[in-house]
Design a protein around this ligand. Structure first.
Ligand code: FCB
Length: 464
């Protein structure tokens, strides 16, 4: 590989530099979805916390007007960093508060919100489902009910109708595997179930609904770019020389990654979500693949664990681990930038453009995040050098927000939030990310400051 002494690991022209957010984690005062109901129950969220006012993007004044002022100020922050995109989601329970009843004032507010992004040169990426369901849908069995495919399609149609003139980049569903696994197998997300058959049913339904939504959007907007955000865990065999470890890692990869990826590309519902049947409307149902990457997991064959398909997962004992909260099962875990490279290379085999729709780290004192950002982007650059068609990167997230089961104790933001006053304070990492976005790549000088040990890997002999 040649690269004539670059001073910046440059991304291709037109690369999107963004931050990723989600409605329930930012808007505040969402009371009509299953998460709000879940948060009200005892012992569901770490230290009994609730999303509450969140980061106040959907601020309701005493006159009951919705104010987007705080959202606009945060969009200013993103634009001032030099970003050119922002991923957000729309809240189904606001848009369709009761079955078949659409709130056009909510849709108009979202159109206004998207307008605020566009006015600041931030290309919107809109997620249509990010973990939350309206309560009326929950009462009908949500994603266990086959009719939810129709409900979701109808909702998507209204949203595209209202926002389609401003939005090209759509993300149908955020992390179907996490919604299904956390809610129905681990029981840490609503509805708190622990049932493998229900997990499989929900995942299958979400994949099918994605396919339907993809067709719906394209019917209405031919130039739309539609994808899904897949939470990809990279599974590495504990001992690469061991055939059983390799098989254990491949099995988890099949369940966790291939079910989704095969469905949205080949239209194939592979075991466990199907019997290998092909569904026409799922075939080629993505214009890009959205990659949410946080960590890498090592897998060993373990004959004592039949319930876990004879596998044992662990983080490398010598690896640096990210911050966590006691009992947090989401396990952002091992910090492994090389895993991002592997994930990108793997996704590239599907022949679709890729966006990194999420990547970030919970880090209380922001001492890891600057290095985390720079080294992950350097690995993304490395994948691009090898031909991977990566079009953009969305850091999770802009402002510390409500982190689902971990409540407010897992800060992922580039800005710290004072929840009493609403004041945002930039962390050192925000400037680091801003410098990268402005340079359209990782400057050598910056890497020297935040990750000196990695400089030779990218700027040394290896790549010149
Ligand atoms: C992802 C979710 C996102 C956020 C990050 C940290 O799994 O999509 O909402 O919670 O993790």
């Amino acid at each position: 590989m040649t690269n004539t002494s670059p001073s910046v690991l440059k991304m291709p022209a037109g690369f999107l530099w963004g931050v990723a957010t989600a409605a329930h984690q930012n808007e505040g005062r969402n009371r009509n979805n299953q998460w709000a109901a879940w948060e009200a129950k005892p012992n569901r969220i770490y230290r009994g916390q609730r999303a509450g006012a969140a980061t106040a993007w959907w601020d309701i004044s005493p006159e009951l007007d919705v104010s987007l002022e705080t959202a606009a100020a945060d969009f200013d922050r993103a634009a001032e960093l030099g970003l050119n995109s922002l991923r957000l989601s729309v809240e189904w329970s606001r848009i369709e508060p009761a079955e078949g009843v659409f709130d056009y004032s909510a849709l108009h507010k979202y159109a206004e919100m998207i307008g605020l992004l566009c006015a600041r040169g931030l290309e919107p990426m809109v997620t249509l489902h990010h973990f939350t369901d309206p309560l009326w849908l929950t009462e009908k069995g949500a994603w266990e009910n086959p009719l939810t495919e129709d409900y979701f399609s109808r909702f998507v149609e209204r949203v595209v109708d209202a926002l389609g003139d401003q939005v090209i980049l759509w993300c149908t569903i955020n992390e179907p595997i996490v919604y299904a696994y956390n809610g129905f197998l681990e029981g840490v997300f609503p509805p708190g179930a622990r049932s493998l058959p229900r997990t499989i049913k929900v995942l299958r339904r979400m994949l099918l609904a994605h396919g339907r939504a993809y067709r719906t959007i394209h019917r209405m907007q031919s130039d739309a770019q539609v994808g899904l955000a897949h939470s990809m865990r990279v599974f590495l065999p504990a001992n690469p020389a061991s055939a059983v470890d390799r098989r254990a890692a491949a099995l988890l990869d099949r369940i966790s990654n291939r079910t989704t990826l095969d469905a949205i590309t080949a239209g194939r519902l592979a075991p466990p979500v199907g019997f290998g049947e092909t569904v026409t409307y799922l075939m080629d149902s993505c214009d890009y693949i959205g990659l949410n990457y946080y960590t890498t997991i090592h897998v060993a064959f373990d004959p004592t664990r039949p319930g876990l398909f004879f596998t044992r997962m662990f983080f490398d004992p010598s690896a640096e681990l990210s911050d966590t909260v006691p009992g947090d099962t989401e396990a952002y875990g091992e910090i492994n930038p090389g895993g991002l490279y592997l994930a990108l290379k793997r996704l590239a085999t599907y022949g679709k453009p890729i966006y990194i729709t999420e990547n970030g780290v919970p880090d209380h004192d922001d001492d890891v995040r600057p290095r985390f950002i720079a080294t992950h982007l350097a690995e993304a650059w490395r994948a691009i050098q090898e031909g991977v068609d990566l079009r953009g990167y969305y850091h999770w997230t802009l402002v510390d927000n409500f982190e689902w089961a971990a409540g407010w104790d897992l800060p992922f933001g580039l800005f710290e939030l004072d929840r009493e006053t609403g004041v945002r304070t930039p962390k050192a990492s925000s400037a680091v990310y801003g410098r990268i976005a402005q340079a359209n790549g990782v400057p050598c000088e910056l890497l020297e400051q935040v990750a000196p040990a990695s400089v030779s890997r990218y700027f040394g002999g290896e790549y010149t």
